[in-house]
Design a binder for this molecule. Sequence first.
Ligand code: ARG
Length: 308
Amino acid sequence: IERTVYHDRTPLPLERTALPARPDHDTVLLVAPTYFDVRYRINPYMGGRVNGARARSEWDRVRQTYERYAERVVVMDPDRYGTPDPSESGRGHVAPASLPDLVFAANLGVPTADGDGVVLARMATAERAGEPAHFARWCRAVGYDVFDLPGDAAFEGTGDAIWHPGRRLLWGGYGVRTERAAYDGLADLVDAPVVTLELTDEHFYHLDVCFAPLTEETALVVPEAFTDEGRARIDALFETVVEVPLDEATGGLACNCHCVDGEHVLLSSGNPETERRLRDAGFTPVPVDTTEFQKAGGSVCCLSLLLG
Ligand code: ARG
């Protein structure tokens, strides 16, 4: 299997109709919002006071919605995986109560192509650095192989590294959180080629706030988030590209949506133009309220991690 990293500014010899197939990843992992809060500011959306009860009920509704459309939904209880086992040194251990962004499962890692393993994230910010260790304990407990990325480049999981639906191809956002060099080691570990996309705007600090591959053929994107070359790469590998208006992308995190069954698109409520464009493209929007989580800069997609 080819594991080339097609960095931008190099030619992209891949063809949309010739991308190899990949086993489905159909397990949605969510992390219970027990300690969710906004206590620091590492992206331009962060701020405001979180209403804990409201966050809990929004998250319950997000879970119910995933349960309705996904094959399988599993929930990690941060308290259950919050204690290092005796075999770990415990050095650098951070209690889940001190990790208010742990609820954003997308950033914890990325599954391998075959879905049997997971490559752990290495967070770009000190505030979130303690999170992947909790996820690693959960992975081992439920039976996934756990891999560490070589080197020291930052890598924020499927916030930035997003599988092309159904295909053995990983899209790799870099430039704000994840570093470009992370993909050199990642391609080998996940066993697939990677196509990188540069991000330069802090409002699009993760790829999943400006790029949502809905199906093998269709992607939802925020065109302003990409370089001309990045847009051309997306255009080359998707048959249809639906654009999210900038105001809904930043004002309502509309592009941080998730299509887990090929038809229904779970997205933040309050994004009527994005909903309209999704309907025009043949999808069924399923709006869910994520107001509290948007105070941390996250929505539906950030709250979930698709695993094998
Ligand atoms: N406050 C979190 C951060 O800035 C939000 C993460 C959202 N996750 C995502 N995949 N976009 O890191």
